[in-house]
Design a protein around this ligand. Structure first.
Ligand code: PNW
Length: 461
């Protein structure tokens, strides 16, 4: 008998509005910080932008057909704030066309037996709010405007959407957006990103409070946040490197997860950052604590951790994939930060369950095949390295659920289609479906068939 996942297990694919929608000025949408950033010369590897992407604001029917044929029972996508409220703020107009668009989209998903899982914020802040008061840097304003936007979505879509995610990856938003400058809005420095991260937590928490106070009883859904983390293995068994691996997790994940699930920042982070880490007021922390009904996890890889280095953001931990014997930890992908290493996924799932005691949804997991963008479509569809990745990661998922007893409730592969991979542009392809960006022709790869069959075989009926 094959081991199985429970019959109510959710599986499907994840996307994000700016990475797939295109149509930046259609039906009243205003620019987001990603429009501005991607149109700034030098920010995106191939000088591309999300103006067309997979053209999904127009081709959404094709996307749903592709999802339906994939066997997925759910779909995680994000709503574009600057479509719903083009100028972004609590005093600004709600855009009826966008409400209509997402409403029909959600209804069509459901008619096709696909459960909508909605992310409210996947990085596309309305540019108007950034210009008006500094966006995520301004706690007083952004918290109110974010809650107003969230409430608007609950009000219009909450009869059909029962699973809400507030933010996607506050670590990426704050660190890549406000420390390294690799992502929008492209700020650099070592002060702002701590403030932004803090404000993201508070905005998340007040949106959750609004949902619970005003909508949850009548709509009956759940709400939480998605955090990202790579499992950390000590480089060797020296006590410094064992401590480094733990510190790396505190700096990447604990600084978000601990306030939310435990009610305080990790001590090791507070000790190192001191006053630059803003304090919560008593009221704030009481709202932050307990503000997620589940653990939303994005994870792609595992890294080796070593004491040292001067990156404060990483808690002075150095990461590598090269083991002491000179070989690589996993199998290489198209990007330097990601190698295939399924056992780390299983360890991470166990760690999160033991540490935070919440049911887990794996809201993203996926693999970009090395050099895929330079291959002809006949070769691309034979994506054995991606199949190999998913084979390993689904097996780890199943073992964590069945052998280790971790309550994993869902799994979303990134992504259904090749799409706009942020600062990498279109050069990095994560899709299980090939997109010819010149014609928008979609061709499923072998991994699309692999996941379809794997979940058909491993979810109990
Ligand atoms: C996630 N890293 O971001 C995002 O949620 C997706 O929008 C994105 O397309 C996907 O992963 C693939 O990159 C990440 O450097 C970006 O460790 C960078 C990292 C992790 C996640």
């Amino acid at each position: 008998m094959t081991a199985k996942l429970p019959s109510d297990f959710l599986w499907g694919y994840a996307t994000a509005s700016y990475q797939i929608e295109g149509s930046p000025d259609v039906q009243g949408r205003s620019p987001s910080i990603w429009d501005t950033f991607s149109h700034t010369p030098g920010k995106i590897k191939d000088n591309s932008n999300g103006d067309v992407a997979t053209d999904s604001y127009r081709r959404w029917g094709e996307d749903i057909a592709l999802l339906k044929l994939s066997g997925a029972n759910s779909y995680r996508f994000s709503i574009s704030w600057s479509r719903i409220i083009p100028q972004g703020g609590r005093g600004d107009l709600i855009n009826a066309d966008a409400i209509e668009h997402y409403g029909v989209f959600i209804q069509t998903l459901r008619k096709n037996g696909i459960k909508p899982i909605v992310t409210l914020y996947h990085w596309d802040l309305p540019q108007a709010l950034h210009d008006r008061y500094g966006g995520w840097l301004n706690k007083e304003e952004i918290v109110q405007d974010y809650v107003n936007y969230a409430r608007t979505c609950f009000r219009y879509f909450g009869d059909q959407v029962k699973d809400w995610i507030t933010h996607n990856e506050p670590w990426c938003i704050s660190v890549l957006g406000y420390a390294t400058g690799a992502f929008a809005p492209g700020h650099k420095g070592d002060t702002e990103h701590w403030i932004v991260a803090h404000n993201l937590l508070i905005a998340h928490a007040y949106a959750v409070k609004a949902y619970r106070d005003e909508f949850q009883a009548s709509q009956g859904g759940q709400i939480g946040i998605t955090l990202d983390c790579s499992w950390q293995i000590p480089y060797d068994d020296s006590p410094e490197n064992v401590a480094a691996a733990q510190r790396a997790i505190a700096f990447k994940l604990g600084r978000f997860a601990d306030p939310i699930y435990k009610g305080h920042y990790p001590k090791v982070v507070k000790d190192m950052i001191g006053d630059r880490l803003p304090d919560f007021t008593e009221e704030e922390i009481s709202v932050v604590k307990g503000s997620s009904d589940f653990f939303g996890l994005n994870t792609y890889t595992t890294q080796l951790a070593m004491e040292g280095g001067d990156s404060e953001i990483q808690g002075n931990v150095k990461n590598t994939f090269t083991k002491p014997d000179g070989t690589q930890l996993g199998k290489e992908s198209h990007v330097s930060w990601l190698q295939t290493y399924p056992p780390g996924f299983r360890s991470l799932l166990n760690y999160l369950w033991e540490t935070y005691k919440k049911p887990i949804y794996v809201t993203e997991n996926g693999f970009p095949v090395k050099g895929e963008n330079s291959l002809p479509v006949e070769k691309v569809v034979n994506d054995t390295a991606r199949v190999d990745y998913y084979e390993g990661y689904t097996d780890a998922l199943l073992r964590a659920a069945n052998e280790d007893g971790v309550p994993v409730k869902g799994y979303f592969a990134w992504s259904i289609l090749d799409n706009f991979e942020w600062a990498d542009g279109y050069d990095t392809r994560f899709g299980v479906t090939y997109v010819d960006f010149a014609t928008q022709r979609r061709t499923p790869k072998a991994s699309y068939d692999f996941l379809k069959k794997w979940f058909a075989d491993h979810i109990a009926t």
